[in-house]
Design a protein around this ligand. Structure first.
Ligand code: C2E
Ligand code: MG
Ligand code: MG
Length: 737
């Protein structure tokens, strides 16, 4: 995995972690909310009940006071009581009515009556006379009497809690008075009635029951952790305290459902864990399938190398790193030589095996940090990175060539291929991906143009060259549309007689500005731009139209290998023959060996078609390539033309004569007549004649000349046979070297 992939994996892990954290946080917040809500419900319920109980306690105290207050008042504000208290029978009467009642009356347990000077008339407690004087028995007794005397009939009588020697009591007092008071009466004419009720355990129990306050107790002080209500004296001071425990209904309710809630919580946690687990597994699966899909989208299924998209991504990554560290990214484009032939000859299964083997060799040969790609078909790419601080590496192009040059053993077959390599460099990432790929492509194109097994590194001049080519293409298109490409003819002569035995047509292009462009320049342009079919046909037509005038000699017409790719080629040639009325047996199509090697089946089909139509086939430029006569013979050539390079070599290479001789002798042995091209000197002419060539061509005899000049020459030659050979005078001066 390279850096890009690692960082995406890290990003993904981070994402998963964040999602998990968010998930847990949301779950915790939810759990918190639920717990909080339950807590609030519980404490609110508890608080409401506490308030109710506190309120009930207060009401109970209030009720006790009111009850005692009303009792005291009812008994004291009484005409008869007033009269009796002032009479002599006051002791008996007050005892009868109040003192005795204190024995078992539920509303008070103590009854005290004092006269106008606060002297007790009677003091009874629980039906018995009190042994201790009331002001000693009850705290603040005198103050109570005073308050009672000061209370008007409209006001509530004073009632409050006090401490007594017997405990805590509720005590109330009222002045004994008639319904109408004579303002002339002195204060000492009035007695005071005092009732007291001790807050006994029975009283506490009764309050507890009537006011629904469970666990109520009377204590001197508040009990921590319990609810309480103070029993206060006349000045608001705490005398004693009612304490009771909080009922806490919320807490109790909660306790009842607590188990269920816990169970629900556990189930929820398990459920969430389940979801998390399933989610995790799903995310993992998704990641795995995503990375598989990503791998597929970036790799070639046959070889496992990167594909074009993968190459672009990897090169872009390498360039980014090169920008940072100053290294040089080197892109090699590789095109296999002769792969199509393998496919055609052995089928696609063998072709595929070969591709896999090539991929394996590339991987083996390349440095470890290099990466390889298959761009489709038989095109590969290798990217290497050169450290700026290290010595330049060995030439990778050379290594690739070497890897591809040794034979492949595929399914028991021995297959020989090779490769062309185009190289482009991006020092410190200065050339961006798209441009780098374009440069490697241009360099590869060059390499293929130069022939097999060549490595070409991109140069800036290639771009000038290709813009020149583009410019030329535009001009060529125009020249073809107005038919301004012309033909000239170069005669060849019979080796023995010297008579003209034929002519070869050669394309000629003089531009509108008068510049002559060589066919060696514009034919490749036509081939590259797809104009070769039109150009070839125009040349064929013009050549035939001119050559019908020279009925006895042959006409050689050069044909580009690419023309043979056109399935209608043979039919087109036939139709031009027909249109011009040209004898097919006089036409000789000149082919170079390249097409026979790269596309043998295609070449054979076309050659067979032409031969079936009676047309002759000549192998042009023989000896310039690598193919042996043995290989080429099977195509059934009618003639071979020995390349000028072999002739030129005669002058400076001692072995050249022997090579030439052997080559010609072999062809002759196979019964193939041989023409020698490019003869410029008598010596050369002599040498090839002796070697067995039956036809000679070259500036010695004639340069390429116009149709009119050929016509003139042709008829001179008819009248004076072998004039080219015998007398140079016959050849127009302009045509000779
Ligand atoms: P080629 O078919 O081998 O043609 C022979 C070339 O050698 C011609 O060059 C001719 O002018 C030149 N030549 C002939 N005798 C001598 C000599 O004694 N000394 C020297 N130095 N050169 C000699 P040209 O016309 O420039 O054509 C070059 C090549 O372009 C041809 O080689 C042929 O391959 C191609 N070509 C020319 N016309 C056509 C055409 O109409 N169609 C196609 N497809 N190719 C053409
Ligand atoms: Mg030729
Ligand atoms: Mg030639």
């Amino acid at each position: 995995m390279h850096k890009g992939a690692v960082s995406t994996a890290r990003h993904r892990q981070l994402l998963v972690a964040i999602v998990a954290i968010v998930f847990i946080a949301v779950a915790s917040v939810l759990a918190g909310l639920v717990a909080g809500s339950i807590g609030t419900i519980t404490s609110t319920a508890d608080r409401i009940d506490d308030r109710r109980a506190t309120h009930a306690a207060a009401s109970a105290l209030q009720a006790l006071r009111k009850q005692l207050g009303a009792t005291v008042r009812d008994n004291a504000y009484w005409d008869e009581a007033f009269a009796q208290v002032s009479s002599d029978a006051r002791v008996e009467w007050t005892y009868e009515n109040w003192g005795s009642t204190s024995a078992d009356y539920p509303l008070y347990d103590t009854a005290i009556v004092v006269d106008g000077h606060d002297q007790p008339i009677i003091a009874y407690r629980n039906g018995e006379p009190m042994e201790i004087s009331p002001d000693q028995f009850f705290d603040g007794f005198d103050a109570l009497l005073k308050a009672a005397r000061q209370t008007s009939t409209a006001d509530a009588v004073p009632v409050h809690f006090v401490r007594s020697l017997a405990g805590t009591a509720l005590i109330g007092a009222a002045m004994i008075q008639p319904s109408t008071i004579d303002p002339a009466m002195k204060p000492d004419a009035f007695g005071v009635l005092v009732f007291a009720k001790h807050i006994t355990p029975d009283v506490v129990a009764e309050v507890s029951e009537s006011f629904n306050i469970a666990g109520l107790s009377l204590d001197p002080l508040p009990v921590p952790g319990r609810l309480s209500a103070a029993l206060q004296d006349v000045s608001g001071k705490e005398v004693a305290v009612f304490n009771w425990p909080s009922e806490a209904p919320g807490t109790k309710s909660y306790a009842m459902v607590d188990k269920n809630l816990r169970m629900a919580g556990i189930i929820l946690v398990l459920f969430l864990c389940g979801i998390g687990l399933v989610g995790g597994v799903t995310i993992r699966n998704l990641q795995a399938s995503e990375s598989r899909a990503r791998h597929r989208s970036l790799h070639d299924s046959l070889t496992g190398l990167l594909n074009r998209a993968g190459l672009i991504e990897s090169v872009t990554g390498a360039l980014a790193r090169a920008k940072a560290n100053g290294s040089t990214v080197v892109l090699h484009f590789i095109d296999l030589d002769g792969f199509k032939g393998v496919n055609d000859a052995w089928g696609h299964a063998v072709g595929d095996e070969l591709i896999v083997e090539v991929a394996r060799r590339l991987k083996e040969t390349m440095p470890e940090d290099a990466f390889s790609a298959r761009l489709g078909g038989d095109e590969f790419a290798v990217v290497t990175v050169e450290d700026p601080h290290q010595r330049q590496r060995t030439d990778i192009g050379q290594d690739i060539q070497a890897a591809l040059a040794s034979v492949f053993e595929i399914s028991g077959r021995t297959i020989e291929i090779g490769g062309s390599v185009g190289v482009a460099l991006s020092p410190s990432g200065s050339v961006e991906t798209g441009e780098l790929i374009r440069r490697a492509d241009v360099a590869l194109y060059r390499a293929k143009d130069l022939g097999r097994g060549v490595t070409v590194a991109f140069e800036d001049s290639f771009d000038d060259e290709s813009s020149r080519q583009a410019d030329l293409e535009v001009k060529l298109r125009a020249a073809l549309s107005n038919g301004s490409i012309d033909v000239s003819f170069q005669p060849f002569v019979d080796a023995k007689s010297g008579a003209i035995s034929g002519v070869e047509s050669l394309a000629r292009w003089v531009t509108e500005t008068g510049v002559t462009i060589s066919p060696e320049v514009f034919i490749p342009v036509a081939e590259r731009s797809g104009l070769i079919d039109i150009l070839g046909l125009q040349i064929l037509r013009k050549s035939l139209e001119a050559a019908v005038a020279w009925p006895d000699i042959t006409l050689g017409v050069n044909v580009s290998p690419l023309q043979l790719k056109n399935p209608r080629f043979v039919a087109q040639v036939k139709s031009v023959l027909q249109a011009t009325g040209f004898d097919p047996s006089r036409l000789s199509i000149e082919l170079t060996e390249g097409v026979l090697i790269s596309n043998p089946d295609q070449a054979r089909r076309a050659i067979d078609g032409l031969k079936a139509a009676g047309i002759k086939i000549a192998l042009d430029d023989f000896g310039a390539g690598f193919a042996s006569i043995g290989t080429l013979r099977q195509f059934g050539f009618d003639r071979m033309k020995v390349d000028r390079s072999l002739i030129v070599a005669l002058d400076h290479d001692q072995n050249a004569g022997a090579v030439l001789q052997a080559t010609i002798a072999l062809a002759v042995a196979f019964d193939i007549p041989v023409t020698a091209e490019g003869i410029e000197t008598e010596e050369q002419a002599m040498a090839v004649r002796l070697s067995g060539c039956d036809a000679l061509q070259g500036f010695l005899f004639s340069r390429p000349i116009s149709a009119q000049e050929v016509t003139a020459l042709y008829f001179v030659d008819r009248e004076q046979p072998a004039s080219l050979h015998r007398s140079r005078k016959a050849v127009p001066q302009s045509a000779r070297g």
